[in-house]
Design a protein around this ligand. Sequence first.
Ligand code: MN
Length: 199
Amino acid sequence: MLAALFTLLTLPYSSEALEPVISRQTIEYHYGKHLQTYVDNLNKMVAGTEFESMPLEEIVCRSQGGIFNNAGQILNHNLYFTQFSPVAADNHAPKGAILDAIIRDFGSFDAFKAEFEQKGTTLFGSGWVWLSADKDGRLVITQELNANNPVTKGLKPLLTMDVWEHAYYLDFQNRRAAHLQALWQIINWDEINRRYTAK
Ligand code: MN
């Protein structure tokens, strides 16, 4: 019996809580099947290697191939699934330090959202669009292909949208831009601010 080194995160909401933006069916496949598979694969691959007791961020910065791909996808999805709250929640607008930084670095919240959506829409193939902070707290938006994460560039990842087709095809089919636009309704900005201000 293989020891469970890495585990599937527990969602901080029920599987239908993000409807109508993300359906229960998408959560059941995306979280319940895709993410579970990355966890199972990584556990098989790292058993008995130097990676088995490393934090995910360190594995992502030090590995390649299958271990990198599965560790990267777990790190990406853990940050993705823990950044949402139901549409009816009152935390869907940035406040505090993260709002100040958005205005400083992008001019306005609307200008930030427009650039973020544009970078998500134009990423060719599978990957992720990220808001991250650099060492000085400056905000940057990057496109990361496949399983990559901004930690490999020395950045602190804050907010992300998954543009792999499995993230939106059941609910939006080919309309990636419409899916990205809808996600603002469920972003938990208290959590993004917490990540930004965490030491
Ligand atoms: Mn995904």
